[in-house]
Design a protein. Structure first.
Length: 277
């Protein structure tokens, strides 16, 4: 069973940071996402769950700038967006942590942390790298997400599963990301590494980022998430909170079927606003 650090304290005010309104993505004649409504709030972890083919990968592609939507709207802080590249998404403050995060293994941890944005000092033509500042910033940023005492000069190949994702999250925080898209690592991790990864995600949540975490592990999702967006066939099959479901029910709902349909209909009848999210 997966474990993660305990949830610590109340989240910051949860304003709507990313909104999807009737968002549709087509591949040929197939709707990978069909009129999808969803809201991702600052200081909140939304776990996106669903079977293969449910639309999770397409959702990540749209939010990260890999794929433009065909219809509907993507709003960031109320402003319509249509990202043409991952660079545009990053510039807008949306950082993505990919499942099999690649690093330059022979480069140092601090080099991987800055990735071309290394701090400098002096003026041209005497400008040079500020190595002390780069190393110190890397150490402090990693400690901020629960990885203390990292050696910034060690090769990135020394980082283990979980630590690489923590490095990406630390970098996103350092460079001012407002939202974090986390496509859960597919590489098996020990409970200690899952805990480390969870600490980094919770640290980002604590800094007020909107977290969108794609996962296939409902128990881990219930442990770490505030809201659960269940997808099926490119549509919202459930939009639930921790108060709506326990871990066992969320696990059962992952299979879809009658239980999910019944719960969705009941909750939507009781809370009509769920259907608009």
């Amino acid at each position: 069973m997966s474990t993660a650090p305990p949830r610590d304290g109340a989240a910051p005010a949860r304003r709507a940071l990313i909104e999807l309104r009737r968002l549709t993505v087509r591949y040929g004649n197939v709707d990978a996402l069909a009129r999808l409504n969803a809201t991702f709030r600052a200081g909140e972890i939304t776990c996106v769950l669903g079977e293969n083919g449910s639309g999770k990968t397409t959702l990540v592609a749209v939010l990260s700038g890999l794929r433009r939507h065909d219809d509907g709207s993507l709003l960031l802080d109320g402003e319509p967006m249509r990202f043409r590249s991952p660079r545009q998404a990053r510039a807008a403050g949306i950082a993505t942590v990919w499942p099999d995060l690649a690093v330059a293994p022979l480069l140092s941890v601090w080099r991987n942390f800055f990735l071309g944005a290394e701090p400098t000092r002096g003026v041209w033509p005497l400008r040079r790298l500020d190595l002390d500042r780069a190393r110190d910033a890397t150490v402090r940023a990693m400690a901020r997400v629960g990885v203390p005492d990292v050696d910034p000069d060690a090769p990135a190949s020394a980082l283990q599963a979980g630590e690489r994702q923590s490095l990406a999250i630390a970098r996103a925080l350092h460079f001012g990301a407002r939202a974090l898209i986390v496509d859960e690592p597919t590489t098996p991790m020990t409970m200690a590494r899952q805990t480390l990864f969870g600490q980094a995600v919770l640290a980002a949540r604590g800094q007020g980022l909107a977290i969108v975490m794609v996962t296939n592990n409902p128990r881990y999702a219930h442990l770490i998430g505030d809201r659960f967006l269940l997808l099926a066939g490119g549509q919202v099959a459930g939009n639930l909170t921790r108060d709506d479901v326990d871990a066992d029910m969320l696990t059962a709902l992952m299979a879809g079927g009658e239980e999910l349909s019944t719960l969705t209909a009941t909750l939507t009848a009781l809370h009509p606003e769920l259907g608009e999210r």
